[in-house]
Design a protein. Structure first.
Lengths: 115, 114
């Protein structure tokens, strides 16, 4: 069964450094998402991406964040200058369509630790 | 404001017994509702969804959920729990405006004991 994959599984970085989290969505899916989950808190939506454009973003997704689909398979989340509060589990997801009824399929996550 | 609520932080069930994980919703219009499960060190896995139609929805791994409009609930159920069902369960709904963002409940930890 096709799966969303994410690398790395764990990333440790120093405050102020740039990080890039990588995802390979399911191959025939057209909509891509990033979510994060701070330890002990809810899963929170960050951004959705379709047709090489951001479709929707949350208040969390400020100028420090950017997303890109650099080629036909990868989908990346970049944090330009990490802060301590960016420490969280980051989940990539994809869906076949952008309809509200379409389930989103999630990757295993990247645990980001900012020191 | 739209939301889903999972009133229980943890549910404990003995293996072989039926399980229920509760979710109530406050969503305008016809709600679309989802259940996801998160096993340790894994991502969220889609279990099932309610769109419209039958109030009893069947999903993966023997799970089902009952949509109850009068009680605004969408409880997840399984007739006979397995130890391997122990995980974190999330109820979710999509934004009504764009539909892109899934909004999750806080999660319920299910522990099934042998």
């Amino acid at each position: 069964e096709p799966e969303v994959t994410q690398t790395p599984s764990h990333q440790v970085t120093q405050m102020g450094q740039e990080v890039i989290l990588r995802c390979v969505p399911i191959s025939n899916h057209l909509y891509f998402y990033w979510y994060r989950q701070i330890l002990g808190q809810k899963v929170e939506f960050l951004v959705s991406f379709y047709n090489n454009e951001i479709s929707e973003k949350s208040e969390i997704f400020d100028d420090q964040f950017s997303v890109e689909r650099p080629d036909g398979s990868n989908f990346t989340l970049k944090i330009r200058s990490t802060k301590l509060e960016d420490s969280a589990m980051y989940f990539c997801a994809s869906s076949e369509t952008g309809q509200r009824r379409a389930p989103q399929y999630f990757g295993p996550g990247t645990r980001l630790t900012v020191l | 404001a739209q939301s889903v609520a999972q009133p229980e932080d943890q549910v404990n069930v003995a293996e072989g017994n039926p399980l229920t994980v509760k979710c109530t919703y406050s969503v305008s219009g016809n709600p679309y509702l989802f259940w996801y499960v998160q096993y340790p060190n894994r991502g969220l896995q889609f279990l099932l969804k309610y769109i419209t139609g039958d109030n009893l929805v069947k999903g993966s791994y023997g799970f089902e959920a009952e949509f109850n409009k009068s009680q605004t609930s969408f409880h997840l159920k399984k007739p006979s729990a397995l130890v391997s069902d122990s995980a974190l369960y999330f109820c979710a709904y999509p934004n009504s405006n764009s539909g892109y963002a899934l909004n999750f409940g806080k999660g319920t930890s299910l522990l099934v004991t042998p």
